[in-house]
Write a protein that binds this ligand. Sequence first.
Ligand code: ZN
Length: 357
Amino acid sequence: MVFEKHPTESPSFSYDGQKVEQVAQFKCLGLTFDASKGALYAPDDLIVAGTRACNALRRRCAEMHIQDPLQQCKLFDALVKPILSCGCEVWGLSSKAGEKAEMLHKSFLRSILRVPKTTSGVLVLAEFGRYPLQISWWQHALKFHNRMVKLYETKLQHRLLPHAGLTSVMHMHEGKTWCSKLGEWLSQLPSQGSELGCSTIMKESVDVRSAMEAAKQQYVEQQLQSTSLSSIVRKYSSVKEAYQYEGYLTAVRNSRLRVQLSNFRLGNHKLQIQTARWIKDPVLAQNHKTCRLCNIAEEDEDHVLLHCPCYNNVRRKFPDVCLNRSCKDLLANADQLRVAKYVAACLAARDSMLSKL
Ligand SMILES: [Zn+2]
């Protein structure tokens, strides 16, 4: 078999009197390699199998009445993620190669939360305390690298490496080798030192745990703590206690209440602060933000849950929840079911009061 981009333009090969087949694609150990895209074709191929597995998982969860989001995430990690990550040691260093797999991952999480497709993927991941698949692919690559370094010390590798030249065999796109990409990524992590050259990185093992901790910390800082974030993400960050799985997802078993709380936390509600985002004129948008019930302040999450006098009747029914003086403390209340009920009661009271205006 000859791996050839344009088989018709190439001379034919024969071996032992038999014509050697020329192909534009071939499959090896479950990964499809393409003459044009090389190893980067693999994730496109995997996404078909991953989508099938994900749909089967959703179906099976529905049949078996598995509703706990944490359990569904564990099943995704056990049954779908390994398919999407097959061979990621080779292709996973490219940030674009796994985009579709990441979209599938986020779409699965959105379906659990039952939030619209437009909901920010960063917030959806944060709600589960999860990280993009790309981070786990880097981890696989680092472990693969360490195995290679160990192998380098053996006799066999001493014979093989100079000839095969791992650095050139694992050639990536953008004119960079696998090793230089790995070194470049490691060097941009906080506390991981200066850029590691191709020759250096192949001789030294990398501390995978500290590299992954740094990568996760960097992800959270860039996505949730940066100063140039959208107002929805800034608001979400201000109420998020720590980057971890939100307890209400499991604690609130009533799916209607859970879905309502998820949507409220992720900014999918009809408060004036949210609907004003659709108004292009800045003056009109600013006026639109005012609470239509009390007309004294902007109607945002804090205003509805804590300050608007029109909800005092609701607050009297939830004195335990309303003890908190900040939205962050209120949403972090130990009794998450009461929080979900309080948010649902406020939104129902809002709809009722607005319908009478
Ligand atoms: Zn108000």
